[in-house]
Design a protein around this ligand. Sequence first.
Ligand code: NDP
Length: 450
Amino acid sequence: MAFKSSYLQRVYDGLVERNGEQKEFLQAAYEVLESLEPVVAQNPKLEEEGIIERIVEPERIIMFRVSWLDDNGKVQVNRGYRVQFNSAIGPYKGGLRLHPSVNLSVIKFLGFEQIFKNSLTGLPIGGGKGGSDFDPKGKSDREIMRFCQSFMTELSKHIGADTDVPAGDIGVGGREIGYLYGQYKRLRNEFTGVLTGKGLTYGGSLARTEATGYGLCYYTEEMLKCMKNESFKGKTVVISGSGNVAIYANQKATQLGGKVVAMSDSNGYIYDPNGINLDVVKQIKEVERGRIKEYVDRVSGAEYHEGCRNIWTVKCDIALPCATQNELDEDGAKALIANGVMAVAEGANMPSTPEAVTLFQSKGILFAPAKASNAGGVATSALEMSQNSERLHWSFDEVDGKLHDIMVNIFHACDDAAKKYGCEGNLVAGANIAGFEKVADAMIAQGVAY
Ligand code: NDP
């Protein structure tokens, strides 16, 4: 892996030396730095001001013990994280992930991506991310509550409505945000917008639940229209995952005229040639917290296949990976291309491996990178922060309308940046560059020792 710029090479080599074991973080950093080659070449000030070496280093990393009591009264211990990556353009903002695969590398990769994603929204939010290796699967509500309370007892010392505003991510939905918010309020005696994704009765925003999935489809629709004179109408769609992002991506893709035929969880995928009945999926995943395979017991004509990775062998026009990082590899990309896929848009964070992305781009498949196409969630979180500051509630249509406009603007910011730096059509480069420029300007303006 070699950079043309000796400056970028030096910074990346330093990162590898100090963070050699953090493979997800290095993967994310490499992708961004690679896109910045033309920007660094044209702007010597970036090296003079040490912007690249500063932007790859988190402003602060907090790691802590989370001890909690299970239902048998036994002490359990997990590790908690909050990475406050960059506050140049606003308070740190980014989700909390609860999943056994969470480690410092995963949280740093997510926090790093979040800097550029948040910048792309056009809203004043910096980048951060957090979570724990706690596994919510199979835990009782009371265990989840005790874990969240213990986690927040430490986290509350480091966050605040104008400092750092966490939200949900994998394993953190409305239930967990409620427990976390209750504990923050108890400890601080403050009713402030310190978390987003809150319930509607205590400061949440309408359309936040739907926002990432809806936003993904708004971005994809604009990309299809502007780059291929196409739309969702009449298209077959495959969506991996069956969590928050996947469910609302399905809903919006269907509303826009697409037919979603496959969804998955980490065990396997369902295929329904008649179009997936989303009410059934919502009942299983949102109400019963069950497994996706239960779908085939309730809907005739549907099939269940063990193993989630083979979902990409299902023939489709549009693929929306919405589960987790590196879930769509080179083999998956080859299968999609062989079946004539037209567009791939990322709902999850970094779901496509670098090899898969290269393959899509070399074959002229439209490819929407996560930090642009899934930015609707955090954008709507920032709208929730605005409503909390104003002590007001906006209507669903008002929030959804703003989300739509933000996603259309993000697409054009990516497209324009790619054109400006001679890589027209490459939305990966466009997203990285457009997100980077604003943050770099703010960092330069604020001086070195800020
Ligand atoms: P959820 O916890 O609601 O759902 C996650 C889904 O992905 C589940 O179907 C889960 O299956 C599956 N999944 C998780 N880990 C794996 C794995 N290792 N292998 C295969 N499948 C897996 O999370 P979200 O829908 O909120 O998040 C999905 C993705 O979208 C993540 O990458 C997240 O960072 C990203 N994202 C989320 C935003 C949001 O607003 N929620 C905003 C922007 C990005 P199972 O139940 O079997 O674990």
